[in-house]
Design a protein around this ligand. Structure first.
Ligand SMILES: [Zn+2]
Ligand SMILES: [Zn+2]
Length: 156
């Protein structure tokens, strides 16, 4: 996990460079993204900010997200069925582990992605611009909840 304070400063710098007005709403948004706990969706970010700044518009959230994404300061995890989730703490491509039951998304400790990209590029002759690696399954909490309390040894 990157230092959220450093990520916050970096994102402020990038938006300033784009002559973006750093409103209190935007700063609140950057603070959420700098941690990106649980990889929030745009809606979740919107709800959190609206609690403090009721006048925030959804358009501001999406505009800021796409700006940061285009600048390589936010990594978007896209799903076919659900909406996107965002990681502003680790803005570069990295694998994700996703719980299919509760939707929790975490970052496993795995820093070998760059090497894999190079290997794929070497094998195929493609120029790899980005990649997305997702692992799906049940998180430990959902595994426990799936077990019936009467028969803890039953395997389904
Ligand atoms: Zn879960
Ligand atoms: Zn992540």
């Amino acid at each position: 996990v990157a230092d959220p304070q450093k990520r916050l400063e970096r994102m402020i710098e990038v938006l300033k460079g784009k002559r973006c007005r750093l409103t209190p709403q935007r700063l609140a948004m950057l603070r959420i993204l700098s941690k990106s706990e649980g990889h929030p969706s745009a809606e979740q970010i919107y709800e959190q900010i609206r609690a403090d700044y009721p006048t925030t518009s959804q358009a501001t959230i999406y505009k800021t997200l796409s700006l940061l994404k285009n600048m390589g300061e936010v990594f978007e995890v896209t799903f076919a069925s659900e909406g996107s989730r965002y990681d502003g703490n680790k803005p570069y491509p990295h694998p994700h582990v996703i719980c299919t039951k509760c939707g929790q998304i975490i970052d496993p400790e795995f820093e070998a992605m760059a090497g894999i990209s190079q290997e794929i590029a070497r094998q195929t002759g493609y120029q790899i611009t980005h990649q997305q690696v997702n692992f799906f399954g049940l998180c430990p909490k959902c595994q426990k909840e799936g077990q019936s309390p009467e028969s803890p040894e039953s395997k389904e």
